[in-house]
Design a protein around this ligand. Structure first.
Ligand code: LRH
Ligand code: MN
Ligand code: MN
Length: 394
């Protein structure tokens, strides 16, 4: 395919690209690391208000990141209404409230699955507090990821832990308002190594189905065994109307939280192809596209800009797939012909088209260049002394 221009996009594809939105994680802007050293970056936010400032800056330049995900207690503030207003003043909204029951001594043997009723009640109460924060900030979704699991066979009853989890989730779900939803994230291992209580999309789905229509599954692209066909999971959850959100990132080995599209752009394209072909890209389709990343070596804001544009590029390629030709090749049993249709779209350079689209929207053609030239980094490096750790791994 010759390099396409904006005029080559159908009006529908163009409008989908214009309205695409990606939610940014507050923790991507702070210093973070693994269990090794947390290297510091000058100028990182000192509080959640400044994290919002950075998300707003990425949004001003890319036009596709109008929401921030908060993590509680990493983003605890005294006045959530003030936080909401601060976001709204800059054209940002609070997207998802992420609970955190994995950094408290009490949760050593589990949180929502713990056999100690005092600890389980404490974990449930934390989620009810998160629901209060959702009300105060206008956040539409509560995201739950649990570190719960065991390290040794026999350590605890797998079945009874599932029962306690189901009961805890039911209690939390019953506190949600009619316009609020719960999204449950799975992860196949880590920090537990023998068994994890929500290890896979099947387990997450079983719990969501038991809860009700406002419970959906979160797919974090880094949370699968190597070689897992993630686009299959996307297709299946979309069929069932239970794909609530993505946590996009890249991984080479485990839960690496690297920049989305950096490790395997073809996988990201295949995922976006499933999204586009199921008509699930539009903002009202019910799928929340979020990032869940940590920038340990690189600058945080450029890392998030690169992430947003990587998702945009994969999306534009998926929108360029010749659906008619694909269908015809599939119907004719033309194996290589069908595969060609996909690889043709994947191999297309969509960067000029996206630059044109941004300019047509009054945005910089090259958001990264615009950021590096803006002086923002130099300014915050001077202003923000003693910036915050992201929380995760810090
Ligand atoms: C767990 C996870 C989950 C947490 C985030 C910080 O590995 O993906 O989404 O909330 O990392
Ligand atoms: Mn995640
Ligand atoms: Mn993760």
């Amino acid at each position: 395919m010759p390099t396409p221009t904006l005029a080559d996009l159908s009006p529908e594809a163009r409008s989908l690209l214009e309205t695409q939105s990606i939610e940014l994680p507050s923790w991507a802007f702070g210093n973070s690391g693994t269990r090794f050293r947390v290297f510091t970056t000058a100028g990182v936010p000192r509080n959640p208000f400044e994290k919002i400032d950075d998300v707003a800056e990425v949004h001003r330049l890319t036009g596709v990141t109008p929401r921030i995900s908060l993590h509680i207690p990493w983003d605890t503030v005294d006045d959530y209404d003030a936080l909401r207003r601060h976001a709204e003043d800059q054209g940002i909204t609070i997207g998802t409230i992420n609970s955190n029951v994995f950094q408290d001594e009490d949760y050593k043997l589990g949180s929502l699955t713990n056999s100690d009723e005092r600890i389980r009640a404490k974990a449930i109460a934390h989620h009810l507090e998160c629901i209060d924060i959702m009300r105060a900030t206008g956040a539409p979704a509560l995201k739950i990821w649990l570190a719960d699991g065991t390290n040794y066979p026999g350590q605890d009853s797998i079945r009874e832990r599932q029962d306690r989890l189901a009961d805890s989730l039911t209690q939390i779900y019953s506190h949600l308002g009619p316009d609020q939803q719960l999204v449950l994230e799975y992860k196949f291992f880590e920090p537990a190594f023998y068994h994890t209580d929500v290890p896979d999309w099947g387990t997450a789905l079983v719990h969501c189905l038991a809860l009700g229509g406002r419970a959906k599954v979160v797919l974090d692209t880094g949370h699968h065994a190597p070689g897992t066909n993630i686009e299959f999971i996307v297709a299946q959850l979309l069929r069932l109307g239970r794909l609530g959100a993505f946590d996009f990132n890249s991984r080479f080995y485990a839960d690496d939280d690297l920049i989305v599209g950096a490790a395997d752009p073809y996988q990201l394209f295949r995922i976006m192809n499933e999204i586009v072909s199921a008509g699930a890209l539009a903002p009202d389709s019910g799928v929340n596209f979020m990032l869940d990343q940590c920038h340990n070596l690189e600058e945080k804001i450029p890392g998030e800009i690169r992430s947003a544009t990587n998702v945009q590029e994969a999306t534009a390629k998926a929108l360029l797939v010749d659906r008619e030709a694909l269908r015809a090749a599939q119907t004719a049993g033309d194996v290589l012909g069908a595969n060609d249709v996909l690889t043709e779209a994947f191999s297309t350079d969509v960067r000029p088209l996206l630059a044109e689209l941004r300019e047509s929207q009054g945005l910089p053609a090259d958001p990264m260049r615009a950021f590096l030239d803006s002086g923002y980094l130099e300014r915050v490096r001077v202003e923000r002394v003693g910036g915050d750790a992201a929380g995760w791994g810090a």
